[in-house]
Design a protein around this ligand. Structure first.
Ligand code: 3HC
Length: 711
């Protein structure tokens, strides 16, 4: 499937004025596949040979310069399908020998995007012209790599300087920021930084670039090889300070990741010891990084994320999303006080964006003006979509859906933000089953990227396609799942909390669990999370699971006991932690008494082995039950692809993307190992750990959970 895209070509067109226009053509993003690079080299050589060519302009077809190296080529190396990545890594020759050292000048004409290898091609040109909307950046770190895969060919050492050009164009600090955050800059900013030489409207792009190239060839403009620019480089002393600061930041923000530090090392080496020394380091580092588990995981996430938009029988029907009007929102509440509070929360969230400089005052006012409050259904007669978001109470939801059916127009999508309740139950008293759908946002909804779209057997494909479109437009990541109690994410979350409580009752230190799980890469451990969610919600959700999956629910009274004592989590300032005015969490020695009481009610004795459980075992005992539930979710067809659960776990649970998502991570252990561990624990600690039939089957076959199952 992905292989078919590693094609592409370039065209060359020589104008009367003596400029050769080379165009990269490889839809959809003009990535630099092996074929594109070979063709680019051929086109360049032709332009250099021809006497009627004085200068060269390089651009991308259909308003996109280039989305960078072909990422599926990395995947092939990582899967061991290509031993020596040579054929797909020709950028070095193109960048150095052919382009920058050529005897005719080149100018890049950038529209749309110039990312990764795409920007490197542009930086190896002698000037760059861009449109105002073009986005330029080096996002390789998002793939667990560093910029500069040209370095993979040792033979061409002299010509390749991947991480070396950007600092020389925009300065070390800005270059590091761009690489470490993977953020792009737009045309005007790129101009101000010195990354591009001029910004022009799209219709003038190619003509200005051609004139610029002629001007260079006829010495009316300077001929600049970015690699040899020095005026943007800081003094060595200042540079060292910048590197020190960048390292401290990288370590603080992503303590489990090595590649940001490698990137800093490589840039530093190039500055301190010169580009050639930097190059050797880059070469070695890239070789290691492209095969690292982090890069494998992040490349898997890249493709899996895009895979969530492809749902057999839904997105392949040629349906066009219906227009949902852009997007006035009516907030309906039961009384004025709640309504004002709701609007106030939205206002506060938006205001905090303005304060952080992420939103202008003008956009703030416009956005807020789209929100209206209402206490009745009168204004619902011409809405396109409703999202119900009341408490998890089945009869209340049923009543609301009956009302919605009465007041809303017949085309209106009726969505519920329920996190656990079966949608068939919610819509039971209506005749609108085909337009009932789950739109499950994750708390805090304005921050968490996942939108779990829940379809029932009756939900119409059109409604699903519509909601996927709305999800994308409001910048969420929609993942479509099937209907069941808890859907995909909360079903995976439930054993996460349950395993933690089971371990605590058997003697593992509660705060140690949170520490180990945070160190593993989760944004917070299960107990800190329970405090954030609030015990009321946690207990209500738990009840749904007790009712529906009784046999594998670990029944503990720890939460109810604490709630009885008015410890309800963060909002009551007391939960598993104590909270000060700034919501900073502090462990509470008092907790021991609740644990002991819960333990005695459960009839559980402290297991001395668990009391000294190593970190590795804590991670496995918390996450293997999550894997087990994910396997059930997949086997029941709730998730279309196992890789969808990887995305759901990353976007909805905060599972670290650099571990590839829950199923991909599980495959790094192998189904056999996970099965045997769960089986062993189920004998000692009960049914909660019992491996499911799907895992047993994968284990018996020695088969992986993600790969080979998706396609
Ligand atoms: C030389 C360097 O050191 C190494 C590198 O260059 S590494 C690559 C660096 N480039 C990147 O990381 C850019 C990755 N791509 C993106 O961020 C986004 O795709 C984009 C901003 C280019 C376009 O976004 P958008 O318009 O939303 O389209 P999106 O759905 O993401 O992509 C469209 C299709 O192009 C594919 N695609 C995008 N970039 C690709 C790439 N660099 N290689 C291969 N396929 C790519 C996607 O997989 C998707 O395929 P599909 O239709 O089969 O699902």
């Amino acid at each position: 499937m992905k292989g078919s895209r590693t094609k592409g070509t370039t065209t060359i067109e020589v104008g009367a004025h003596g400029v050769a226009l080379i165009t990269i053509i490889n839809p959809p993003v003009n990535s630099l596949s092996s074929d594109v690079l070979s063709s680019l080299k051929d086109s360049y050589e032709q332009a250099l040979r021809r006497d009627d060519v004085k200068a060269i302009v390089i651009t991308g077809a259909k308003g996109k310069f280039s989305g960078g190296a072909d990422i599926s080529a990395f995947e092939k190396v990582q899967e061991g399908k290509v031993n020596e990545p040579k054929p797909d890594f020709k950028l070095s020759e193109v960048l150095g020998d052919t382009l920058e050292a050529a005897k005719k000048p080149s100018v890049a004409a950038i529209d749309g995007l110039a990312l990764g290898g795409g920007l490197e091609v542009a930086m190896a040109c002698h000037a760059r012209i861009s449109t105002p909307t073009a986005r330029l950046g080096l996002p390789e770190l998002q793939l667990g790599l560093i910029p500069g895969f040209g370095a993979m060919k040792s033979r061409t050492f002299d010509s390749i300087y991947g991480t070396q050009r950007l600092p020389r164009l925009v300065g070390i600090a800005k270059a590091l920021e761009m690489m470490l955050t993977s953020k792009t800059v737009k045309g005007e900013e790129a101009h101000a930084l010195g990354l591009v030489d001029a910004v022009v409207p799209p219709n003038e792009l190619v003509s200005v670039a051609c004139q610029w190239a002629l001007d260079i060839s006829e010495c009316r403009r300077p001929w600049i090889a970015s690699l040899y620019k020095t005026e943007k480089l800081d003094s060595l002393g200042e540079a060292r300070e910048i590197f020190k600061f960048a390292r401290a930041q990288a370590q603080k923000q992503a303590p489990n990741l090595i590649h940001p530090l490698v990137c800093i090392d490589v840039v530093e080496h190039g500055i301190v010891s010169g580009p050639r020394a930097g190059l050797y380091k880059e070469f070695e580092s890239f070789q290691e990084l492209v095969r690292s588990s982090i890069s494998k995981s992040l490349v898997h996430i890249f493709f899996s994320l895009r895979g969530t938009t492809k749902i057999p029988g839904i997105t392949d029907l040629g349906l066009v999303p219906r227009r949902v009007n852009n997007y006035p929102v009516i907030l309906k509440e039961v009384n004025d006080q709640f309504m004002q509070a709701g609007i106030g929360r939205v206002r506060a969230n938006l205001q905090s964006r303005v304060k952080k400089g992420k939103m202008t005052q003008e956009v703030f006012e416009k956005t807020l003006s789209l929100l209206k409050g209402s206490l009745d259904y009168e204004s619902f007669k011409d809405v396109d979509m409703v999202i119900e978001a009341v408490i998890e109470n089945v009869s209340l939801k049923q009543q609301i859906f009956s009302d919605l059916e009465k007041y809303c127009p017949p085309h209106c999508i009726l969505a519920s933000n329920t996190s656990t309740i079966d949608l068939n139950l919610i819509g039971k008293q209506t005749k609108s089953q085909d337009r009932i759908i789950g739109a499950h946002f994750f708390s805090p909804a304005h921050v968490m990227p996942l939108l779990e779209i829940v379809r029932t057997k009756q939900t119409s494909p059109q409604v699903i396609v519509d909601l996927m479109d709305v999800g994308k437009k409001i910048r969420k990541t929609p993942v479509v799942v099937g209907n069941c109690t808890g859907f995909a994410v909360n079903r995976m979350f439930f054993p996460y909390t349950q395993a933690a409580i089971l371990l605590v009752e058997h003697g593992v230190d509660l705060y140690e669990i949170d520490r180990v799980i945070t160190k593993f890469g989760m944004p917070m451990g299960p107990f800190r999370l329970a405090d954030l969610v609030g015990f009321g919600v946690a207990i209500a959700t738990g009840m749904q699971f007790v009712e529906n999956f009784a046999e594998r629910t670990y029944k503990s009274l720890l939460l109810p006991l604490m709630q009885e004592d008015k410890r309800g989590g963060e909002t009551t300032r007391k939960g598993f932690y104590l909270y000060d005015d700034r919501r900073k969490a502090k462990p509470d020695p008092e907790l021991r008494k609740y644990i002991e009481k819960a333990r005695s009610i459960s009839g559980v004795a402290v297991d001395p082995k668990l009391a000294r459980l190593p970190e590795k075992d804590i991670v496995e005992m918390i996450f293997f039950p999550v894997v087990n539930e994910a396997c059930r979710v997949f086997a029941e067809g709730i998730a279309v692809k196992a890789a969808d659960l990887d995305i759901a776990s990353v976007m909805g649970m905060g599972f670290p993307p650099y571990r590839g998502g829950i199923m991909f991570w599980a495959d790094s252990f192998g189904s056999k190992y996970i099965y045997s561990r769960l089986e062993e624990w189920s004998k000692t600690y009960g049914e909660f750990f019992e491996p499911c039939a799907f895992l047993a089957e994968r284990s018996a076959k020695g088969a992986p959970l993600v790969r080979h199952l998706n396609f």
